[in-house]
Ligand binder design. Structure first.
Ligand code: IMP
Ligand code: MG
Length: 184
């Protein structure tokens, strides 16, 4: 359990920068999938804010025929360290066979959850499966995963806000991405 420790929050990525990052990702995705039907698969819980912003950015660029679905995964429980054994808490409603599927994730850390999710969705034989992640902590990677679109590479620090929580509880509502600084 981590919640009893005192901490403060430093801004790492501002609201303005987030908007720029999301708009850039939308341009890349639009370029690669223009005119095609796509299924955006948001990885719950963390990716719901990013998915919302990305969907709107794609719509503004004229993308149509987007299906939105969600996959629930629990990697961390109440800890700030990945358990390495993510639990599936919710499955897709859509049949993704022969569809263009874009996994929308908040952050790639060890890569365990994403590699499991990719294998699971690939087994359902989509036409194409790609991944977009808002953030990546490259230093922390323990398994190799392919992430076609990455918003920003960040250092090995625990981050919160913009959908990301602390200890399974707080700070998802923050409009910026911040780092947690523990007080001694
Ligand atoms: P991985 O399996 O270690 O790559 O963990 C990926 C998932 O853990 C992400 O999709 C997030 O939901 C969560 N996660 C990883 N790092 C952080 C962090 O710094 N803050 C909040 N959640 C995180
Ligand atoms: Mg996640």
């Amino acid at each position: 359990m981590v919640n009893s420790q005192k901490y403060s929050i430093d801004v790492l990525i501002s609201e303005e920068e987030i908007k720029q990052i999301v708009d850039d990702l939308a341009i890349q995705i639009k370029h690669d999938f223009d005119g095609e039907d796509i299924v955006l698969v948001g990885v719950l819980n963390g990716a719901f804010v990013f998915l919302h912003d990305l969907m709107r950015a794609l719509q503004k660029l004229g993308m149509k025929n987007m299906i939105i679905d969600f996959m629930g995964m629990d990697t961390y429980g109440e800890s700030t360290e990945s358990s390495g054994e993510p639990k599936i808490t919710k499955d897709l409603k859509q049949d993704i066979r022969d569809k263009n599927v874009i996994i929308v994730d908040d952050i790639v850390d060890t890569g365990f959850s994403l590699s499991i999710l990719q294998a699971m969705l690939n087994a359902r034989q989509p036409k194409k499966l790609v991944t977009v992640a808002m953030l990546s902590k490259d230093e922390r990677r323990e398994v190799e995963v392919k992430v076609e679109y990455i918003g920003k590479h960040i250092p090995n620090k625990f981050v919160i806000g913009y959908g990301l929580d602390y200890g399974g509880k707080y700070h998802r509502e923050l409009p910026y991405i911040g780092t947690v600084r523990f007080e001694q």
